[in-house]
Design a binder for this molecule. Structure first.
Ligand SMILES: Cc1cc2nc3c(=O)[nH]c(=O)nc-3n(C[C@H](O)[C@H](O)[C@H](O)COP(=O)(O)OP(=O)(O)OC[C@H]3O[C@@H](n4cnc5c(N)ncnc54)[C@H](O)[C@@H]3O)c2cc1C
Length: 154
């Protein structure tokens, strides 16, 4: 029988997060962010870098939601293929979205290195597998569209 752990790997393998606000909630802040996942922490990080006083309110622990339970893969692109995005929203929007995701990825790498975040970041590309014959055609089409967007794939 295989033992299955219920607690996330990321949380088990890091030091516990220490909240900085032990003396109660301050009466005044520029911004209060609700939720200490990637979305909230990222908003708080950028706002505080822009000089705002920010507080994050987290119901449980920072990273206790999806952000502390995910696969840890940082990829560019979107949950939809670029082919589908182009079909739905047109070429111009697809281009903007692609560059937006590419920029987010670069920014992630910059922040990890600038803040000296020890996360064993490896930029090794990723594999998109074909499950069925139809996926091969889909991937070939995706490859063609990515090439038009300036992305080299094999
Ligand atoms: C199994 C799995 C694998 C994944 N793999 C990947 C991957 O490899 N790569 C990738 O990029 N993405 C992956 N994702 C998606 C990614 O994890 C999520 O898109 C991302 O974590 C969402 O972040 P979030 O901050 O919006 O949400 P969450 O991380 O869920 O954060 C929301 C936080 O808000 C808190 N909260 C909610 N309501 C309140 C309230 N009223 N008051 C105070 N706090 C509150 C919650 O406790 C929680 O901590 C995966 C997701 C899952 C579930």
């Amino acid at each position: 029988m295989v033992a299955v752990s219920q607690s996330p790997y990321w949380i088990k393998t890091t030091d516990p997060f220490a909240p900085s606000c032990s003396g109660g909630i301050p009466q005044k802040m520029d911004v209060i962010v609700v939720g200490g996942g990637l979305t909230g922490i990222s908003a708080a990080y950028h706002l505080s870098r822009a000089g705002r006083q920010v507080m994050v309110l987290e119901a449980f622990d920072v990273g206790s939601g999806a952000s502390g339970r995910n696969g840890g893969q940082v990829l560019n692109g979107w949950p939809l293929d670029m082919r589908e995005i182009r079909e739905r929203y047109g070429n111009d929007t697809a281009q903007v979205l692609w560059h937006f995701s590419d920029e987010a990825l670069s920014r992630f790498v910059q922040i990890a290195s600038g803040e000296a975040i020890v996360c064993d970041l490896q930029q090794v590309g990723h594999l998109d597998g074909a499950w069925a014959e139809s996926d091969v055609l889909r991937l070939k089409e995706e490859q063609r569209i990515l090439a038009e967007l300036g992305k080299k794939t094999e």
